[in-house]
Design a protein. Structure first.
Length: 226
């Protein structure tokens, strides 16, 4: 058998190898333990983790452009190029009721004068049935007005106007001057329609003397009032 004897160089090499093993073995054990403790990550998870770790993007706000021209009067909401409907009244096209100077209760409105009552013209009755009422104003009339004359024509053509019938003219208490103006106007109006003065009978209603406009009532009676 051969006997081997370590030389000094061999001893040094063996010592270095032992030292390296003592240093590398614990490091390898620690590395293996750390890798075994970490969960297995898929490639998609790595991308998600990388995305989550990125800082959020910085929002850049662009200031609105300010136009020097004034905005449209309609707020810019009205469509352009669309013709407005014609013949259809809008909210501002509704005609206002006539101003009568009275409120809803018929009382005068402050600051406004109520309309003046009519001073002459037809006021009631049914001319075709032989009844007619009209207003007469001695201060402004010497003859009957045109509207009253038109109604008087219907009154004369009424079936109540029979042969021998009398036209009763009912009037309030009047001064001589006002009564004469009325007599003259009535005689002329009936004469123009073929009714002579002899068929007119005046009936004065008992009352205080009236000044200004007053109402006259016409009707037919079958015989002369005595």
């Amino acid at each position: 058998m051969y006997d081997y004897e370590l030389t000094e160089r061999g001893k040094i090499v063996i010592a270095i190898v032992l030292v390296l093993l003592l240093l590398l073995v614990p490091s390898a054990v620690l590395l293996f333990t750390a890798m075994a403790s970490q969960p297995l990550q898929l490639p998609g998870d790595q991308e998600t983790e990388a995305t989550e770790n990125q800082p959020p993007p910085i929002a850049v706000t662009t200031p609105p452009l300010i136009s020097e021209s004034p905005p449209p009067t309609d707020g810019g909401l009205s469509p352009t190029g669309v013709p407005s409907p014609t013949g259809v009244p809008g909210p501002t096209d509704v005609p206002s009721p006539p101003d009568t100077g009275l409120d809803s209760d018929g009382n005068g409105v402050a600051g406004q004068e109520p309309p003046s009552p009519p001073e002459f013209g037809p006021s009631g009755g049914n001319p075709s049935e032989g009844l007619l009422s009209f207003l007469f104003s001695p201060e402004k009339q010497n003859m009957l007005d045109s509207e009253t004359l038109a109604m008087l024509s219907v009154f004369v053509n009424s079936p109540k106007n029979k042969a021998g019938s009398i036209v009763a003219v009912e009037i309030p208490q009047l001064s001589d001057e006002d009564a004469n103006k009325l007599y003259f106007a009535i005689i002329n109006a009936f004469g123009a329609l073929g009714i002579p003065e002899e068929r007119l009978a005046y009936i004065s209603q008992p009352s205080e003397p009236v000044q200004g406009p007053f109402e006259v009532h016409l009707s037919y009676v079958p015989e002369i009032i005595k």
